[in-house]
Write a protein that binds this ligand. Structure first.
Ligand SMILES: Nc1ncnc2c1ncn2[C@@H]1O[C@H](COP(=O)(O)OP(=O)(O)OP(=O)(O)O)[C@@H](O)[C@H]1O
Length: 388
């Protein structure tokens, strides 16, 4: 029997009723003292997909991940993996019998083992035949670019290299599911980008289903086939990165996935999913969130991508002669971003940040911010809550 066969033999038989979904969480609840970490979460994860759980600190991401891993027991609810019930009030399948691997923020490598021994560990535990296992370990180390470090100990490696070892250890046994617990948090920006790409590529190549938690929306959108946004123990929205970015269903999701800023105004005429919002002396067309009525107060949330800087045309000082879909402003700050510059712009209606332009404007310059309706979202004002 080959190593992969040894590993496959460990897997639960799939329940046809759950075909297509590797993970099925129903009504997951967990309370720590007076803190409700999970308030009845349902989550299905398609086999072979890459799902990211995105949420602020304390929203319950780690608790849900640890429950799926079998490290934490739920107070109520159930978890199925590959159709097999692994957790409910009377069942608790231990972590090592769930056919999954985890990659942690702090790498969690065995310090007394070499890189090779660390990566071989899951195969050893499954009693894979040694020649086959050894070949798999070599192959996997090559894939993560650490062939030359096989005899080193973790403390002899950089943080990025250690996380590669952890990634190799996760994929070497071809588990059905890989759980990632903020694996890039301890790395610097350049390395994060590199390793994120490697995680995406190697995980998809391995064919495993992935569940990845992060509080970083950029990371979530870059990695995910599907994003589930978690807020205070509840999934507030799930969908593709594109659908969540274009059509956030709640102000919280809109804010948490990146805004340049928001203006308060009054909803005017609504038609076909759009609303015309009067903000001070200006009319701005926007896509319309649920619950917006003509005449009601709304918060107009503006994505950075919807903003464009333009010079103030001569003779357009007053709102009446202002070009459509634009508000006047003044440059408060400029930050170099490689491909261009992010600007902070003070407008009469509020401050907009991350307003991109290829050239740097001068602090104090007067400007026009053109606003694309597709990147604007209007929500009823009263429903706006601040970030958790
Ligand atoms: N072992 C514990 N004992 C007490 N409270 C806990 C415990 N674990 C988590 N909590 C609480 O449960 C809530 C959810 O925590 P959890 O770690 O799941 O959130 P998170 O979204 O992963 O946050 P972070 O990104 O900061 O890790 C928090 O309020 C946290 O303080």
């Amino acid at each position: 029997m080959s190593a992969s066969e040894a590993i496959v033999a460990d897997r639960p038989a799939a329940d046809p009723a759950h075909r297509g979904h590797l993970v099925g969480v129903r009504g997951a609840r967990k309370t720590y003292g007076s803190v409700e970490a999970l308030k009845g979460v349902d989550l299905d994860i398609r086999e072979g997909s890459f799902t990211v759980l995105l949420g602020p600190s304390g929203s319950g991401k780690t608790t849900l991940l640890r429950a799926i891993a079998g490290i934490e027991r739920l107070d109520a609810g159930s978890i199925r993996l590959g159709g097999r019930l692994v957790s409910d009030s009377g069942v608790h399948v231990p972590s090592e019998k769930r056919d999954l691997a985890m990659v942690f923020q702090d790498y969690a490598l065995w310090p007394h083992m070499t890189v090779r021994q660390n990566v071989a560990y899951p195969l050893r535990r499954r009693h894979a035949r040694s020649r086959e296992a050894s070949r798999r370990v070599d192959e996997t180390l090559e894939r993560v670019g650490l062939g030359s470090k096989a005899s080193n100990y973790p403390h002899e490696l950089s943080g990025g290299q250690q996380q590669r070892v952890a990634l190799a250890r996760a994929i070497v046994g071809s588990p059905s599911l890989i759980l990632f617990d903020e694996p890039l948090s301890n790395l610097d920006a350049d390395l994060r980008e590199h390793l994120r790409l490697e995680i995406a590529t190697l995980t998809r190549e391995s064919g495993a289903t992935a569940l990845y938690i992060t509080h970083d929306q950029g990371e979530a959108f870059a990695l995910a086939d599907e994003v589930a946004v978690l807020r205070a123990g509840t999934i507030e929205q799930r969908g593709t990165p594109e659908s969540i970015y274009r059509r956030p269903e709640t102000p919280f999701v809109a804010r948490f996935t990146g805004l340049a800023g928001s203006f308060t105004g009054t909803a005017g005429i609504t038609a076909a999913g759009y609303v015309s919002v009067r903000v001070g002396d200006h009319e701005l067309k926007s896509t319309m969130g649920p619950g917006v009525r003509e005449g009601s107060r709304v918060d107009l949330m503006i994505r950075p991508i919807a903003t464009r800087l333009e010079p103030v045309p001569n003779g357009s000082e007053s709102a009446g002669s202002m070009p459509a879909q634009a508000v006047p402003g003044r440059i408060l700050d400029v930050a170099y971003r490689g491909r261009g510059y992010d600007h902070v712009v003070e407008c009469e209606q509020g401050v907009l940040t991350s307003v991109f332009d290829e050239r740097a404007w001068t602090r104090g310059d007067r400007c026009l911010v053109r606003i694309d309706p597709e990147g604007c979202l209007a929500f009823p004002s009263s429903s706006v809550t601040h970030r958790d």
